[in-house]
Design a protein around this ligand. Sequence first.
Ligand SMILES: Nc1ncnc2c1ncn2[C@@H]1O[C@H](COP(=O)(O)OP(=O)(O)OP(=O)(O)O)[C@@H](O)[C@H]1O
Ligand SMILES: [Mg+2]
Length: 240
Amino acid sequence: MQSLQKNDKPTASSHAAIIRARNLSRTYTLGESRITGVDAVDLEIAAGELVLLTGVSGSGKSTLLSLLAGLDRPTAGELTVAGRDLSQASGASLDDYRRHVVGMVFQSFNLMPTLDVLENVCLPALLAGRPMADVRKRATELLGWLNLGPRLAHLPAQLSGGEMQRTAIARALINDPAVILADEPTGNLDSRNGAVVIDLLTELNRASGKTIVIATHGGLADKAATRRIRLGDGRIQWDG
Ligand SMILES: Nc1ncnc2c1ncn2[C@@H]1O[C@H](COP(=O)(O)OP(=O)(O)OP(=O)(O)O)[C@@H](O)[C@H]1O
Ligand SMILES: [Mg+2]
């Protein structure tokens, strides 16, 4: 466990927080103008939560998820996930973080078009240096659990949207991350396939204790959430 900073209140949630942001900001500079992505966000998410990130288009959901994913760096503030300080991390340690700590699921699936289903799922584990035989076994098990057993040798273009997103979920799980980040994971799916994806994420949260953060416009995940955080203009909006 990390040592407490001077100003931390020693609450139960701060002890268990797996994600902790302090004054976290990401601004973009385009010519003369500065655009706010995320603005001075303070946030603690405890291990095992399933958090919904809501807010209108442009409110900062994807920017915040990219920071949590180690795909982007904050321009100010602090961010710690699973004990790793992402605001100060080198490029190499962010690579390592993305391979071992987080799994990402995107609206547009982001599968490699020239790799088949099994290869797409194996890739992050092979990049992490794990042995091929173990990786193929684990990937095949995951894909079986996701009802993709008969699709292992298919290319992404030969899959339905729901199958592509289930492949992406298997890929996100292959390195057994503690945290799963999903950016509009149901945005390109019909309501039935969207519900399947939310049920899978819920099961991963309940049965495997994964901490999950889902950016979403829709209400599909409302019932599954332990908490809902609304962003507006890059800031957390407190209701009431
Ligand atoms: N690479 C970038 N360069 C400049 N501005 C950006 C960049 N990425 C995001 N922004 C801006 O940051 C703000 C937050 O964008 P973000 O994509 O995080 O919103 P969002 O809540 O995910 O929206 P949506 O619901 O449409 O996906 C917007 O004003 C957006 O235009
Ligand atoms: Mg977005």
